[in-house]
Design a protein around this ligand. Structure first.
Ligand SMILES: *[C@@H]1O[C@H](CO)[C@@H](O)[C@H](O)[C@H]1NC(C)=O
Ligand SMILES: *[C@@H]1O[C@H](CO)[C@@H](O)[C@H](O)[C@H]1NC(C)=O
Length: 281
């Protein structure tokens, strides 16, 4: 263990730092802060972004680029403490009345009570495809990775690389699928105490404001709409049997609402894409 091996370690360390920096996201480059004035902030040289909410306003940001298919990862650390009434929305959306949309929404709660992760998929302007989950960890203590894999065949929602929801292309059954309209990435932190926490029963405690959520390590592997063909790896990426087991584990143990089993809401029968199987696999 002489100085030359130390020198080599230092070299390796520097090399690792350079590589990490080169591949890291930069929020200045990839996103615009769109509302809430200085409640939305980028810091640490573009490595970290925060949104906050007070009684006067929430805040939000959106991607500069549009995406058509790809895998999009973001790490979020949600509003800690008493976050009841707050909603952190993180989603992809195209524009207009027949827009497509892929949603993660995090509904806050009283200290110690679980967040709800609310998901939805809109196609051609029509949503009503909610699935809700509890998480298997406290999403306010650390950063966790929330991802969307969007191909022409399916949309997969993942949490820390565990698939929680699969929305398959069911065009053969007459269900529109998002595949022509490029989407931007959006996020906002806002007050929804008229519905979010137990249907609006629990109100936002403004004495705890400002409420703050943090974002880091954005990564997107995507063909931009200008390139003629999406990356072929995304076209073939399927859930392997391990991922299917993980998906079933989440749906069995953490899913608290599934539109596909809400017969009261769909007395005429659940939507066509639900009919494939019990778990909507
Ligand atoms: C808040 O906590 C209560 C009690 O555990 C739970 O019923 C509810 O689903 C949680 N989430 C929200 C957003 O209300
Ligand atoms: C993007 O692709 C690169 C190279 O194939 C891979 O190392 C990286 O993990 C991918 N990122 C995402 C978010 O899938």
């Amino acid at each position: 263990m002489g100085s030359s091996s130390n020198g080599y370690s230092v070299f390796l360390l520097l090399f690792a730092v350079v590589v990490a920096t080169a591949s890291a996201s930069n929020f200045y480059q990839d996103f615009d802060l769109t509302w809430g004035d200085n409640r939305a902030k980028i810091f640490n040289g573009g490595q970290l972004l925060s949104l906050s909410l007070d009684q006067a306003s929430g805040s939000g940001f959106q991607s500069k680029k549009e995406y058509l298919f790809g895998r999009i990862d973001m790490q979020l650390k949600l509003v800690a403490g008493n976050s009841a009434g707050t909603v952190t929305a993180y989603y992809l959306s195209s524009q207009g009345s027949t827009h497509d949309e892929i949603d993660f929404e995090f509904l806050g709660n009283l200290s110690g009570d679980p967040y709800i992760l609310h998901t939805n998929v809109f196609t051609q302007g029509k949503g009503n495809r909610e699935q809700q989950f509890y998480l298997w960890f406290d999403p306010t203590r650390n950063f966790h990775t929330y991802s969307i894999i969007w191909t022409a065949r399916h949309i997969i929602f993942l949490v820390d690389n565990v698939p929680i929801r699969l929305f398959k292309n069911a065009e053969s059954m007459g269900v529109p699928f998002p595949k022509n309209q490029p989407m931007r990435i959006y996020s906002s932190l806002w007050n929804a105490d008229d519905w979010a926490t137990r249907g609006g029963l629990v109100k936002t405690d403004w004495s705890k404001a400002p409420f703050t959520a943090y974002y880091r390590n954005f990564r997107a592997n995507s063909s931009t709409p200008t390139s003629s063909f999406p990356d072929s790896t995304f076209q073939t990426q399927e859930l392997d049997s391990y991922s299917r087991r993980r998906l079933r584990w989440v749906q069995k143990n953490f899913m608290i609402y599934n539109y596909c089993t809400d017969l009261k809401r769909f007395p005429q029968g659940v939507p066509a894409e639900c009919k494939r199987s019990r778990f909507n696999l």
